[in-house]
Ligand binder design. Sequence first.
Ligand SMILES: NC(=O)c1ccc[n+]([C@@H]2O[C@H](COP(=O)([O-])OP(=O)(O)OC[C@H]3O[C@@H](n4cnc5c(N)ncnc54)[C@H](O)[C@@H]3O)[C@@H](O)[C@H]2O)c1
Length: 310
Amino acid sequence: MNYLVTGAGGFIGAAIVDRLLCDGHTCTTIDNLSTGTVDHIPQGCRFIEGDVADAHVIDRLAGERFDAIIHMAGQSSGEISFDNPVYDLQTNTQSTLLLLKYARETGCKKVVYASSMSTYGDHIPPVCNEETERIPKSFYAVGKLASENYLRIFSEFGIACTALRFFNVYGPGQNLKNLRQGMASIFLAMAINNRHIHVKGSKDRFRDFVYIDDVVNAVLLSLEREQGYDVFNVCTGVPTTVETVVETIRSAMDYDVTVEYTDSTPGDQFGIYGDNQKIQEVLGWNPTYDFKNGMQKMIDWAVAQTAAET
Ligand SMILES: NC(=O)c1ccc[n+]([C@@H]2O[C@H](COP(=O)([O-])OP(=O)(O)OC[C@H]3O[C@@H](n4cnc5c(N)ncnc54)[C@H](O)[C@@H]3O)[C@@H](O)[C@H]2O)c1
């Protein structure tokens, strides 16, 4: 099969391309290297450098027909979306619209999109299934929700469209140099580089952490969908507090790591976690890593990675 996977210079896109290439498929990526790097793009993947929100960059695909488009490129932080909401709309939503238009024009029959748990906002009780009301708290989440609706409409043109609402994705390969994106990677990088973790917000906040390999599995299973629009939570169904994340990292280090808690950032959700019954029943997906096992693998990787760089 021939796939377009946007954002393969980044964490999730690279992991997907890696798996697709291993399975013998052909992959092209578009990445503007805003947070990703060329080194991260798996070898064997054709690379077009540019902004996927720019129609001229899409034109460089020259009408090539893909079996599926997997759209992972975008900026992935609610906090950052407050810096420049217009850019956020372009990079996360205009890009989706352009790719859907390209899919329709070229006869591509499947599109998979990286949506987000942030579309839900805060809820009491905090467990969300796909029907839970979406009350976005950040410009980022508004854009993700708009993208979902573009997918829903384009599915009426014969494209099987799947929106995957990723919860907090973590694991080896996450960017340890970007301290504004990814809770697990931010705390881990701080512990390794500074022996000090600065937490912006309450230790009682919680998230649903889903391991990278399980996320890749969800993407591959959604490629099997043949028609219509659907949306799935990609989550473990288990809440993990910020304090648990911090203490898991601290106890894994063989030196003291201090912790400081300060005020939260704009648009931060206090805590939600996902109900994953639908993705289990419809796609046959199950998470294979719990937080303890996944985090240990990530810590081992991060320590080895940092040692290799110094
Ligand atoms: N990591 C998570 O926990 C999480 C949770 C929910 C949703 N998501 C979504 O999953 C997707 C991938 O996230 P990630 O964690 O791999 O982030 P990442 O920053 O590691 O990767 C994103 C990649 O997209 C590229 N990119 C960004 N904007 C682009 C643009 N306009 N044109 C071309 N390339 C562009 C970046 O350079 C980078 O290589 C994002 O859309 C994100 O919003 C991630």
